[in-house]
Design a binder for this molecule. Structure first.
Ligand SMILES: [Zn+2]
Ligand SMILES: [Zn+2]
Length: 192
């Protein structure tokens, strides 16, 4: 059974494997590939249960990521309308995946599946659309950035010592005494 491609919007989306039970026809679309743009549709259970057709790995690995398709909004292959995009920072260039908010099926533009399958994102794809997870990720990135700025300002040797002191004091019940000492020792006194 051929369906509309979420991106091309033409009837060019074909099931990846022919051995689908006839009773499933008309239900949610099986793992499929578009013959025009080579994008890939995976229903939620295929991702959750790791039931991704082997054919996909062969198909997609050689396909370069299509940047123009990545920019376009996609429609759910099961007919649930506009999908929600999520940015994925993977490799040198970030890419965007589209997921249907109703059936949770995910659309991969050509080449994106291979990139994702080779990354740590494959095991928690759904987290990409979880605002709590996204915030934690942003916070961690901001913290890394902040520490790197600090390292560059202080130099490696001093930075490492400061980090050691911070770790020693973080849970210490008397840390206020130590902080007062540090402030006092490092204060520049105006000449009397
Ligand atoms: Zn297409
Ligand atoms: Zn859907």
């Amino acid at each position: 059974m051929t369906r509309l491609c979420p991106k091309c919007r033409t009837p060019s989306l074909h099931p990846l494997s022919a051995d689908r039970a006839p009773s499933l026809e008309g239900a949610l679309p099986p793992p499929s590939i578009c013959e025009k743009c080579r994008g890939v549709w995976l229903p939620h259970e295929a991702i959750r249960d790791g039931l991704v057709p082997a054919a996909l790995h062969v198909e997609d690995v050689a396909t370069p990521v299509a940047a123009d398709a990545d920019e376009r909004a996609g429609l759910c292959a099961a007919g649930h309308g506009i999908m929600r995009r999520a940015r994925v920072d993977v490799g040198a260039h970030p890419l965007h995946l589209d997921r249907c908010g109703t059936c949770l099926g995910i659309w991969f533009d050509a080449g994106e599946w291979a990139t994702i399958a080779a990354s740590q994102w494959l095991r928690h794809l759904d987290d990409l659309w979880d605002p709590v997870f996204r915030k934690r990720l942003r916070d961690a990135t901001a913290r890394d950035h902040h520490l790197e700025t600090l390292r560059q300002a202080l130099g490696d040797a001093t930075f490492d010592k400061v980090v050691t002191v911070a770790e020693a004091l973080r849970e210490h019940p008397m840390k206020s005494v130590a902080l007062a000492y540090l402030l006092d020792e490092t204060r520049t006194h105006a000449p009397e």
